[in-house]
Design a protein around this ligand. Sequence first.
Ligand SMILES: Nc1ncnc2c1ncn2[C@@H]1O[C@H](COP(=O)(O)OP(=O)(O)OP(=O)(O)O)[C@@H](O)[C@H]1O
Ligand SMILES: [Mg+2]
Length: 274
Amino acid sequence: MSIIKIENINFKYRGKIPAIQDLNLDIEKNEVIGLIGPNGAGKSTLAKIIAGFIKPNSGKMLLNEIDYKKLSIFNISEQVGYLFQNPDVMLCTSSIYDEVSIGLKRKKVSLENLERITKNILRFLGLYTIQKFHPRRLSQGEKKRVNLGFILASRPKVIILDEPFAGLDYNRKENLLSFLIKLKKDHILILISHDIDSILNFCNRIIILDKGRKIFDDSITKLREDPKRLLEVGLRLPFMLKLFDQLKKFKNFPSLTNYENLIDYLEEKLKNAN
Ligand SMILES: Nc1ncnc2c1ncn2[C@@H]1O[C@H](COP(=O)(O)OP(=O)(O)OP(=O)(O)O)[C@@H](O)[C@H]1O
Ligand SMILES: [Mg+2]
């Protein structure tokens, strides 16, 4: 069963050329999707449509088999969380604790449950000891984690992360990735990023948008067989694809899907060699 089903949607900002054109999409349980494409391709627009912030001009959308038109933005946000490209957009209170718990407060969750859920999320995201800090004084990485905390509090099954790594240094990016890995097992994740190496390493399905149209939607294996799809829309060939392409020249080299597979393979070989 599809969790999200999108049929033939179109969207145009006022007086502009179409931002999303004739787009179809089926998203199922346990998928980790990388949404890529050049600047202006329509990635954030599609994310906002899926999160219910903007409505398509035509076409049909279902969330858990219910028409989006029958759902309020609050109904949708309980099922789909959207981490904005700019973390400041979401910050509206004066402490990290309030930021994470504000959605629960609005939903009138009992104080006891609100405290328990909020504290668990703060611990999970490593924000517990700084929960009283004002969100404005935080670094970009910390702000993104606070935003993620707000989203997790409403327990959505689908989480869309729009450029989550932008502006993060190596350690903070690795740190965010470690949270995303934990979320992978019981969420559908849609990751939008220009960091294609990270996308290829993390996701199992890749969607390429160009000029509002979906021009590729398949597994990483299929993208590796046809890497020209990236070059066609002006994207760089990621290092991982170049490396795996070179490794194919070695006899008996297995087909690998990510760096972790490669490390496991090399470790095994070294063990045998020793
Ligand atoms: N609020 C808006 N009003 C008018 N046009 C907009 C608005 N937001 C986006 N657009 C236009 O819609 C198109 C798609 O933009 P969108 O932000 O979805 O692209 P994107 O793929 O997320 O790009 P980026 O990689 O730069 O974040 C672009 O042509 C953009 O100029
Ligand atoms: Mg964008």
